[in-house]
Ligand binder design. Sequence first.
Ligand code: OOG
Ligand code: MG
Length: 262
Amino acid sequence: MTTTTLELDPIVDQLLAAEARARPTPQLTLTHPDLDVATAYRIQRQLVARKEGDGARIVGKKAGLTSESKQRQVGVMEPIYGYVLDRSLVDEGTAVPASRYIHPRVEPELAFVLGQDLAGPGVTVAQALAATAYVVPALEIIDSRYQNFQFTLPDVVADNTSAAGVVLGAGAARPAAINLRLVGLVLEKNGEVVDTGAGAAVMGNPAIVVAWLANRLGAVGESLRAGEIVMCGAFCPAVAVGPGDHVRAEIDGLGAVSIRFT
Ligand code: OOG
Ligand code: MG
């Protein structure tokens, strides 16, 4: 079966069921080895539309695999994008049951909150900066719906890029107030430093990610909207978490963001 004749609904069902039951599912490319990236984005969009039909609202967009260290961690060497839904937002300070997820990991990111729409193609870094109201420290909870957290590029795209949760810190700054390339990050798990990073890890500058994402979305007739959150991708590899774990990221000039699992 070629991917043009592939029935997408059963695939969307398979991914939604894995998420709802918190049970992993085999990679799509094991049964559909010809699955291409364009079709995978159609599956992703259909999956998000099914959640919207069920009452979910898109509150942002996310870029993933924008740093080389993240690409190496999962063995997929190109950036991807997906959607952030209102139901995936986790308030800082609430304890999250790890059992809600299959094999959760947490990664530190910078989130841009847009004050103006950004519609590609042709969006520049200067326009991305001008459209940004402020930047905030963020943690993303990722939870691949695939067995062993293993996937190829089309698999992870179809799975809405492993998106599972977003935690935003309370600190915020105008983008011009911080050096986006040099902004330093310390990642701690259970009080120990597990990694460090800097803004330049993601495409050389987090603002480049925002412009890239606006342009990628523009190519499929979508855009970034005023009020939306844009996740720029992790500065360093994600850390696995389970019950009792506490993860905290501190970003220079922005303060900290943390999450606790039960
Ligand atoms: C894919 C999602 C990557 C990031 O920030 O790099 C991502 C994954 O690692 O499962 O969100
Ligand atoms: Mg991420």
